[in-house]
Structure formats: structure tokens, C-alpha cells
Design a protein around this ligand. Structure first.
Ligand code: ADP
Length: 539
């Protein structure tokens, strides 16, 4: 049985319409005043509203808009009753969202057909909306599930990678038998590959579901490129490949984009270039493009002299699992470029490839730079600018001792043991707490006894009291020393949640030995310029 509403000032028309529709089994509500019509539509939205074009003393377009607003969630269709098809009010009503009209004098068969049609349209529109909501809900659930899986995988990966790192860093490589060194390298290589596969799969799933985190802020292109280079420079050095960066000025001091995602793409280009090049060199060139249509853009091009890609294979290269025959030989997954493509699009850009088999490849990324009015432009970027302290890895030596007190709040015994070992070996005085409640109590007591912790490293997912609640409790109590979230979570929403809760920085596990030491150093030592830049990057 369909709800049905008629608004007609004309008694005969109103009655005729109402009676004939009642015979068809509709519930008909008839009203002759605006206020009553709006109240009825709001309290019990009908499937169809029949509305007179000419309402004495009332503006039918205004009423139509109010009725549409009142029944928006219900997808009600509004059919106009009109004296003439030439009526300006009818035209206006159709412009403003009436879906159909019936001319007067009303022909009952025409009226019934139009009403049946209006109900059908309303039902299918509603079904579509419900299907869309269900699909969106399923996508969100899927993304949440994948994020959780990623988190679950990252926890054991922290232990595997971390302990392999410990064996590597603290074992005496010179004395270790070859099979032991090879075993450690193999564990590290495969664990890193597995981790990057998990991260790529998560990014890919989130990108296709429209839930990939993008956090734009003003950031330095120079820093992003420098960080990417610093992350691959040891791989390039191992293969004796010169790695060159060319900044083709003018280059803006800052652009508006997501620096982490931008670095992810550049890193993918650079590590591929190094991976697939045995002889020659790898270079990255950066330039600014001005376009009246798209606004200013940044262009990054990574060129290598490696194995190249056959032209027939280039069109599939940005598809997931597109590793070509050489990819299999080099033992990789073929996910990186498809993730890069999706991210590039989210950053308002594109990626492309030009390559010749046996003669090397060039991968190009362009991204929207955001408005550049008033932004300082550099004509030249010197080699020193590039080889200066990376904002991710400052230039202190990892062999420098840590002279600080660290409170480690972590519930996983293996991760506790790992982080405690790494930090203690480096000279830090480490106290371990199993949950947020114990950590908050220890931190407050240490501060009150004038022996404060220089840094607290706090997991988020802990029993009894989680990290977010613990840090909020500490901040409420006036605790203002550094607290860093060290967590298997990795999304932008998690990062923002942690910073809002009161953390000074957010770092995703697994965390490598060098990264951990530098992180603690940056927050525990008097701030130098390098430390300041680390802090602004990690927070
Ligand atoms: P992966 O390198 O992990 O396999 P990518 O998605 O980054 O995944 O790359 C997909 C494929 O594209 C690689 O397997 C490789 O065959 C090819 N490829 C990517 N970059 C290069 C390059 N610089 N030179 C030659 N081939 C490349």
C-alpha cells in the first residue's frame, strides 16, 4: 500500500483525484493548506505528492522546494497538476525538481498511469540508493578489515625484521661464517619484500575503495627528494651506480601536497631504477610546470640506463601484478607501479613511462603543486642542499651513545625485548611498562621524583589502558615531556588521532634499529636544527 499525498485547492479536482487513487489501493492524504502539507510530508513522507501549479495566495515553487526538502531522504516524486502546459509555474516547478505533470481537466487513466510510474521511479531510485549505501558500507568494512590485517601482520614483522637487524648490527660480521651472514641477509631481504607487499596490497585495496589516506600540507620538494635519495643511496652504492639529482629551476620552496605519498612514488621509481640497472647511472630531475588550465605542477623524472621495457609490455606496466619476466627474475611483486599510479591520480597528477628494451627507462610523475603565489622560488639547488641532513635521517652517527632515560610502554613481550635490547645497547636507561596505566603512573612518579623520562615510546593497542587514553591522561595531568606513538597502525586517521590525543610524534612499526635510535635521540637531546626538522617531519 503506497502513501500518497494530494495538495489541491480545487475541491472537485482534489476529490476526483483522491477518490480514483483510493480505488487503486493508495492511502491518500489530502491537504489544502501549505503548513498542513509540509507538516504531513515531514512526519510521514509520502511516495508521491500531487501539487497544484496555481495555489491562490501561495507560491507553488516555494512550496515545492519545501516539500522536496521535507521528503529528500524518502525520494518522494512530485507530480504537478496544471491548467496549461504553457503555464510558467509548471516550467519553474519542472526546473526545480518536479518529476512529472498531469493536465486538467484530469483524465483518470492518465493520472493513474503517471502515479504508478512516479511510484515505480521512486522505488527504483530508493533501491539504487540502498544498494549504494550497502556497497559503501561493505567497502568501508573491507577497508577496516584490511587495515586490521595489515596491523596484525606488522606486529610479527616487527619482531622478524627487528631481530634480524639486531643479529646484523650487533653480530661481528667480520668473524661470522658466510652461511650465517647470508642467512641474515636472506631473512631481511624477504621480510622487507613481504612487508612492502603487504603495504602495497593495503594501499591498492584502499585506493580502489576510495579510502586511501591523503594528507596534504605545505612541504618542501627538496626534502622529499632528499629523503627518497637517502633511502636508496646505499643500494645504489652497492651496485656502484652513480645517483644524480638535477633541479631544473625555478623550484618552489614549498608545495601543497602529501609529502609521504609523494616520497612513496619517487622511492618506487628510484628503487626500480636501481633494481633494474646493472651498469650506467640513475638520475632524477625535478622541474616546475606552469599551466593555465591545471595550475602549477611539479614534474619528477627518474631515468636509468638499465634493462628497459619492451614497448608491447609498457601499456600493462601500471596494472597490479604486472611484473614482467625480468621482474620475476629480480623477485618482486609488480604492485608498486600500480599503487604509484593510483596515488599520483589522488595527488592530482599522472605517471607515464618511456623506455627502450636494453637501453633504459624514464618514469615521469606530475602532481598538482597547489597555489604558488607568494612562494619563494629557487633558481638553483646545490649539491650541498641535497647532501645535507635528511629530514628523516639526521646526520648523527648511529654509534653515538644515547644518554637518556626511556620509558617503553609495550604489551608484546617480543617487541619489548627487541626495543629494550636496541635502546639499552645504545646506552639508554630503559624502563618497560606492560600497559598504558602502568606507563602513566611510572611517568608521573618519575617526573615528581625529579628523574623524568626523556622520552616515552608508547604502543597504542595495549590492554587495561590503551596508548591514546594514557597520553591523554598524562597531558591532562600537565605532563609536557615527549611521548611518541610507536604502533603497528599506519593510517593517516590513526596518525591524526594520536596527535590529537597528545602524542608528539607517530611512528609505524616495524621500526629499524637506526631509525629507532635517531628518533629517540631527536626527542631526548637539546634541539639542534637537524632535530627540529626531524620533528616537523615525523609529527
Ligand atoms: P616490482 O618492481 O615490485 O615488480 P613495480 O610495479 O614497481 O613492481 O614494477 C612492475 C614491473 O615493471 C617490474 O616487475 C619490472 O618488470 C618493470 N619495471 C619497473 N621499473 C622498471 C625499470 N626502471 N626498468 C625496467 N623494468 C622496470
Amino acid at each position: 500500500m503506497h502513501e500518497f499525498s494530494v495538495s489541491s485547492q480545487c475541491r472537485q479536482t482534489g476529490e476526483l483525484v483522491a477518490e480514483s487513487l483510493k480505488l487503486d489501493g493508495y492511502d491518500v492524504y489530502r491537504t489544502t493548506t501549505q503548513a498542513d502539507g509540509i507538516a504531513a510530508a515531514t512526519s510521514n513522507p509520502p511516495d508521491v505528492i500531487l501539487l497544484e501549479c496555481s495555489l491562490p495566495g501561495a507560491d507553488s515553487t516555494d512550496l515545492l522546494l519545501k516539500l522536496k526538502a521535507a521528503t529528500k531522504e524518502w525520494d518522494t516524486n512530485i507530480v504537478m497538476l496544471t491548467e496549461s502546459q504553457r503555464d510558467d509555474k509548471l516550467v519553474l516547478a519542472l526546473e526545480f525538481g518536479a518529476t512529472d505533470f498531469v493536465s486538467k481537466p484530469v483524465s483518470v487513466p492518465v493520472l493513474r498511469a503517471r502515479v504508478r510510474h512516479a511510484v515505480r521511479v521512486r522505488n527504483s531510485r530508493r533501491r539504487l540508493r540502498e544498494d549504494k549505501e550497502m556497497a559503501e558500507h561493505a567497502t568501508a568494512q573491507n577497508a577496516a578489515f584490511l587495515t586490521k590485517i595489515g596491523q596484525e601482520i606488522r606486529t610479527p614483522m616487527t619482531a622478524i625484521l627487528g631481530f634480524a637487524d639486531v643479529l646484523d648490527v650487533y653480530g661481528d660480521r667480520a668473524k661470522a661464517p658466510l652461511h650465517r651472514l647470508e642467512s641474515i641477509d636472506t631473512i631481511k631481504r624477504h621480510s622487507e619484500c613481504l612487508l612492502s607487499m603487504v603495504n602495497d596490497l593495503l594501499d591498492l585495496a584502499n585506493a580502489s575503495g576510495g579510502t586511501l589516506d591523503i594528507a596534504r600540507r605545505r612541504c618542501s620538494v627538496l626534502d622529499v627528494v632528499r629523503d627518497a635519495i637517502s633511502l636508496v643511496s646505499s643500494d645504489a652504492a652497492r651496485k656502484h651506480l652513480p645517483l644524480k639529482a638535477v633541479f631544473d629551476g625555478p623550484i618552489p620552496e614549498s608545495v601543497h601536497t602529501d609529502p609521504d605519498r609523494l616520497r612513496q612514488i619517487i622511492l618506487n621509481f628510484l628503487s626500480n631504477a636501481i633494481k633494474y640497472t646493472d651498469r650506467g647511472n640513475v638520475s632524477i630531475s625535478v622541474s616546475t610546470l606552469q599551466s593555465d588550465v591545471d595550475g602549477p605542477r611539479m614534474r619528477f623524472q627518474v631515468t636509468d640506463t638499465g634493462i628497459g621495457i619492451a614497448s608491447k609490455e609498457q601499456k600493462d606496466i601500471f596494472q597490479p601484478f604486472s611484473h614482467l619476466s625480468p621482474g620475476r627474475k629480480y623477485g618482486h611483486t609488480g604492485l608498486g607501479l600500480s599503487v604509484s599510479k593510483q596515488i599520483a591520480e589522488l595527488l592530482g597528477g599522472t605517471i607515464s613511462v618511456s623506455s627502450e628494451l636494453g637501453h633504459g627507462s624514464s618514469f615521469t610523475l606530475t602532481i598538482a603543486a597547489g597555489a604558488l603565489e607568494g612562494v619563494r622560488m629557487f633558481g638553483n639547488v646545490t649539491k650541498e642542499d641535497l647532501t645535507g641532513a635528511s629530514s628523516l635521517f639526521p646526520l648523527s652517527s648511529p654509534s653515538d651513545a644515547l644518554n637518556c632515560r626511556v620509558l617503553l610502554a609495550e604489551d608484546s613481550p617480543d617487541t619489548q625485548r627487541l626495543l629494550d635490547f636496541m635502546l639499552s645497547k645504545q646506552g639508554a636507561d630503559v624502563v618497560v611498562a606492560d600497559n598504558g596505566e602502568v606507563a602513566a603512573k611510572l611517568a608521573m612518579a618519575a617526573r615528581d621524583e625529579q628523574r623524568p623520562f626523556d622520552v616515552i615510546l608508547m604502543d597504542i593497542d595495549m590492554p587495561i589502558m590503551d596508548g591514546n587514553v594514557a597520553v591523554a591522561t598524562l597531558r591532562e595531568a600537565g605532563y609536557d615531556l615527549p611521548v611518541i606513538a610507536l604502533t603497528a597502525r599506519s593510517s593517516e586517521t590513526d596518525r591524526r588521532g594520536c596527535l590529537d590525543a597528545g602524542f608528539d610524534a607517530f611512528v609505524s612499526k616495524p621500526v629499524f634499529h637506526k631509525q629507532l635510535i635517531e628518533l629517540v635521540r631527536a626527542f631526548s637531546e637539546p634541539k639542534s636544527a637537524a632535530n627540529e626538522s626531524t620533528m616537523s617531519e615525523t609529527t
